[in-house]
Design a binder for this molecule. Structure first.
Ligand SMILES: Cc1cc2nc3c(=O)[nH]c(=O)nc-3n(C[C@H](O)[C@H](O)[C@H](O)COP(=O)(O)O)c2cc1C
Length: 212
C-alpha cells in the first residue's frame, strides 16, 4: 500500500486512525494510576509513555485533546501533581485494554476490572499491585502541541520498583523476564522476546560489516 498525504487524509476515519496509530511500531504498554483530590482512583491504558532524559529522570506522556471529553488521568495529574506508571504484563492484557472504557468519573477502573490498588510509603497516587514494574511520577510541566491540541505531560520519576531478577549489574532491564507487553496500534498486544544485546557502540568496537 502506498499512500500520499491526500490519500491519508481521505481514508475512512477509523482505518486512518488504525494505520497511523500502528505505523511507529511497538509502543510500551502501561497503565496510569491516579487519584482525584476527592480520593476517586483511576486507572487508564496509555501507549505513549516516552523517555525524555535520565538525569533528572524524566518521562513524558501524550494526552489526547480534551475538547468536550472528560480526561480523568489528565485532570488528576494537574490537580494533585502525582501519578503512577505501571507496566502491563501478559496476565492482565485484557483488563488493561478495557481500562480505556469511559466509565463515570466516580467509578474506579480498579474495581470494575478487579485489579488492586497498592500504596507505597506515603505516595499519593495508587500503584497497580498486579504490575511488576511500578513508577511513581511527580508532575513537572505541560506542553501544548499546537499542531493537534494534544498535550505532552512531563514528569519526574520519584519512586521506582522493579524485581531484582530482571535487572543486571550494569542496569540492563530484561522486559522478557518481566512479562511486559508491547502495543501495536490501539488493539494489538505483543509478548516480548529479548533477541540480542550489544555494547555501547563506538568506532573502536565496530563489527566488520564488509562495508567499503
Ligand atoms: C492501546 C491503547 C492505548 C492508549 N494510549 C493512550 C495515550 O497514549 N494517550 C491518551 O490520551 N489516551 C490513550 N488511550 C485512550 C485512553 O486509555 C482512554 O481515553 C481512557 O478512557 C482514558 O482514561 P481517563 O479519562 O480515565 O484518563 C489508549 C487506549 C488504548 C486502547
Amino acid at each position: 500500500m502506498e499512500l500520499s498525504k491526500t490519500e491519508i487524509e481521505d481514508l475512512d476515519r477509523i482505518k486512518r486512525l488504525n494505520i497511523i496509530n500502528a505505523i511507529t511500531g511497538i509502543k510500551p504498554g502501561n497503565l496510569l494510576g491516579s487519584k482525584s483530590s476527592k480520593n476517586e482512583t483511576n486507572l487508564a491504558i496509555f501507549s505513549s509513555v516516552i523517555h525524555l532524559g535520565s538525569h533528572p529522570a524524566l518521562l513524558g506522556i501524550i494526552v489526547r485533546p480534551a475538547n468536550n471529553i472528560r480526561r480523568d488521568t489528565y485532570e488528576n495529574i494537574l490537580n494533585t501533581g502525582f501519578y503512577t506508571i505501571n507496566h502491563i504484563n501478559n496476565d492482565i492484557v485484557q483488563k488493561a485494554h478495557y481500562s480505556s472504557v469511559k466509565f463515570d468519573k466516580n467509578i474506579s477502573e480498579f474495581n470494575k476490572l478487579n485489579l488492586n490498588e497498592q500504596y507505597i510509603d506515603d505516595f499519593y497516587a495508587p500503584f497497580l499491585k498486579e504490575s511488576y514494574v511500578k513508577i511513581g511520577m511527580k508532575f513537572k510541566e505541560e506542553i501544548n502541541i499546537k499542531a493537534n491540541g494534544t498535550k505532552l505531560i512531563v514528569g519526574q520519576i520519584v519512586q521506582l520498583s522493579i524485581p531484582d531478577i530482571a535487572i543486571s549489574k550494569e542496569g540492563y532491564v530484561n522486559l522478557e523476564i518481566l512479562n511486559s507487553v508491547g502495543i501495536g496500534g490501539l488493539n494489538s498486544y505483543y509478548t516480548l522476546k529479548l533477541k540480542e544485546q550489544h555494547p555501547f557502540a563506538r568506532v573502536e568496537n565496530l563489527p566488520n560489516f564488509n562495508a567499503s
